[in-house]
Structures are given as C-alpha cells and as structure tokens.
Design a binder for this molecule. Structure first.
Ligand code: FAD
Length: 330
C-alpha cells in the first residue's frame, strides 16, 4: 500500500537548495494529516553529510544515493535513481521544486511510473474525507484557481515554485533515519557529456532571498521613478522589486517581478510604492511579515493587506523616507 510523503531535495555543488527545505515544511504538514512519514530523497556525490540538516527541517527519513554520476544534475542518472527509490518505497505523494531541475525530472518520472503530475502548485492540502491530495494551481492564464486530484494512480505528484511554501525552523533535536540506497549505474546511463559549467555572476541578490524589499509599481511614473527606490533600498540594505505593470512597461527587468507570474516573496518588510494591489500581485507578497504601502488613492486594494499605509505621493514620500532613515543611521 502506498504511504509517506516524499520530497526530492535539490543540491548544487553539494549545497542544499532552499526550495527543498521549504517543501519539507509542507510535506510535514501533509504527512501529519495522513498520519504518515516525511521522506527526503537526496542525490549527489559525497552528499551523505547533508542528510542531518533535512531531518532537522522535518524529514523522518532520508534516502540518499551517492555516485560520481550524480555530482551535477543530469536527467538520465537522476531519473534512474529517483525512479528506483520510488519503485522500492511506493510513496503516497512526491513533491518537487518547480525549478529547472524539478521541471525536467518530475515529468519524466510521471511517465516512467505511469502517474499524474500537477505543475506549479500554489497550495497543497489533504482532503479530510478522501485523504487525496488537493493540488491547487492557477489556470486559464491565472484567471481562476484549479484544484486537481490524482485519484486513480500513485504516487500523487506535484511541483511547487520556490518561495511558495514555508520551511520549518531548524530543530537539531529532531530524530530520523538516514538510509543509503545503492543504485548500479552503467556508463550508458550518462547520455550527455558535461563539458563546462558556466555560472552567471549576479551582483544583485535574488528578490526571494531579500529580508527587505522596496517594490515599485506603475505609480512610480517611469524608469526614472525607480532611482529614488534604489536609493531607499540602499539605505535600508534592501533589494528593489516591482509589479508586473512596471515590468511590462520596460522600466525594470522581469526577474524583479513579484506576483502570480513573477516570484513569490516573503520578506520581513515589503514596501509597496505606487502599487494598486491587484490580486495577482498580492498572491506573491501577502505573506510578508510587515507590509508598508504608499499610494495616492485612499481606497487602493493594497491598503487592505498593508500593516502600515500612507496616503500620498511617492515622489514626495520616498525621498523624505530615505533622508529620515539616513539621518537616523548617522
Ligand atoms: P496599477 O494597477 O496601475 O496601480 C498603480 C497604483 O499607483 C494605483 O493604485 C495608483 O493610485 C498609484 N499611484 C499612481 N501615481 C502615484 C503617485 N504619484 N504616488 C502614489 N501612488 C500613485 N501583476 C503583478 O504585479 N504580478 C504578477 O505576477 C501578475 N501576474 C498576472 C497574471 C495574470 C494572468 C494577469 C491577468 C495579471 C497579472 N498581473 C500581475 C497584473 C495585475 O493584474 C495588475 O495589472 C498589476 O499588478 C498592476 O500593477 P500596478 O499596481 O503597478 O499598477
């Protein structure tokens, strides 16, 4: 009988990626609702030492596979090892990050195992009656949310975008089991040759990693409106992000976009400057710890989620705020 909630853990250069830790948090919730265990699947070369971290973040068991072929992600060896783990254990649920790795791996496994896959889920929960996994994701261009079930096949599989789920705090006292799975690789399992790995160096932090975000919308008036936001971000040690309207207008690049078709962020402080608060924007930021909004329209929907709202002109308020913080720091 199928049981347990499995999470595919991503690593790059033997560094565990945040998305896997976030998924363990959600898996813990689902497994507790089912009265089952959370199992982390960890693949790599010399990766065993990282297994303890997964237990302290919610896993009951870590199944790891070590092989030089798994040093860097490559579709075939990763699909083979993950497939063997799934075949051996018959999980109830398997979740993956909706990253370039998860988006490559999960559909191959779905085809190999002969089960379904729901991509880019924003919500996962257990139906209290049927105990099926309810997988919710935007559909029809984001105009409605669809809840998808996989009733007839197991495991039920989903991918979830980074930043959507919340990780559990690290609890070093948590106990769990670490098990090695031996997979016999043949040279033909590696059907590609990695000649070189080129890393794009970005001076900017990814907005999903920032503790403070200063976000600008159409109300900033143009690309020049983002310069005062850069200044404010600098004095706060923050990053600049934006609404889709600013991206579509070409004022800032897409990697800064917060929202349903952008990134999901959860900073300690989120400044919404000249952003109306459309539902698709809120979907990406409403879980922020503290939301501060500046908007000239008193009934802008952003004030509905803001902890602190200022009705006024961003052109006047942003420079004043920057000066005040600079003075405070001096
Ligand atoms: P507007 O809605 O035009 O709001 C501008 C605000 O600025 C207004 O409230 C106005 O009062 C205020 N303002 C104007 N001038 C000033 C001033 N001088 N001082 C102070 N305030 C001022 N949007 C996203 O952000 N992220 C997404 O991921 C996203 N995905 C989408 C997916 C789909 C399928 C669809 C249909 C839409 C999506 N959108 C997304 C678009 C979304 O619906 C809104 O159109 C967008 O968020 C609006 O951006 P905005 O708030 O910057 O602009």
């Amino acid at each position: 009988m199928s049981k347990d909630v499995f999470v595919f853990i991503e690593q790059r250069d033997n560094v565990l990626q945040k998305v896997g830790i976030e998924l363990l948090g959600k898996a813990r919730e689902l497994a507790d609702d089912l009265g089952q265990n959370v199992v982390a699947m960890l693949l790599g070369e010399n990766i065993k030492d990282e297994a303890k971290v997964l237990i302290s973040h919610g896993a009951d068991r870590v199944i790891y596979v070590e092989d030089p072929m798994l040093k860097e992600y490559a579709t075939e060896p990763y699909a083979k090892a993950t497939y063997e783990i799934i075949k051996d254990n018959d999980p109830e649920i398997v979740i993956y990050g909706a990253t370039s790795i998860g988006r490559d791996l999960a559909p191959r496994l779905a085809a190999r195992i002969h089960t379904g896959l729901t991509a880019d889920c924003t919500k996962l929960e257990i139906d209290p009656e049927s105990k099926n996994l309810l997988m919710t994701r935007p559909a029809f261009g984001g105009n409605l949310m669809a809840t998808i079930l996989c009733e007839d096949f197991r495991p039920q599989m989903a991918t979830v975008r980074p930043g959507v789920m919340q990780s559990l705090d690290n609890d070093a006292s948590r106990k769990g089991e670490i098990v090695e799975k031996k997979v016999e690789f043949k040279p033909e399992d590696m059907n590609i040759k990695i000649r070189e790995i080129l890393k794009i160096e970005s001076k900017k932090k990814d907005i999903t990693e920032a503790n403070i975000l200063v976000s600008g919308g159409r109300g900033m008036g143009g690309p020049e409106g983002f310069q005062p936001l850069e200044k404010l971000a600098k004095v706060l040690g923050a990053e600049v992000s934006s609404s889709r309207a600013a991206v579509d207008a070409g004022w800032i690049t897409k990697d800064h976009q917060v929202g349903q078709t952008g990134k999901t962020v959860r900073p300690e402080v989120y400044f919404a400057m000249g952003i109306s608060g459309a539902i698709q924007h809120l979907a990406g930021m409403e879980e922020s710890d503290l939301i501060i909004a500046v908007n000239k329209t008193e009934d802008a929907p952003i004030f509905g989620v803001a902890d602190l709202g200022i009705v006024g002109d961003v052109n006047a308020i942003v420079p004043k705020l920057t000066d005040a913080i600079e003075k405070e720091k001096a």
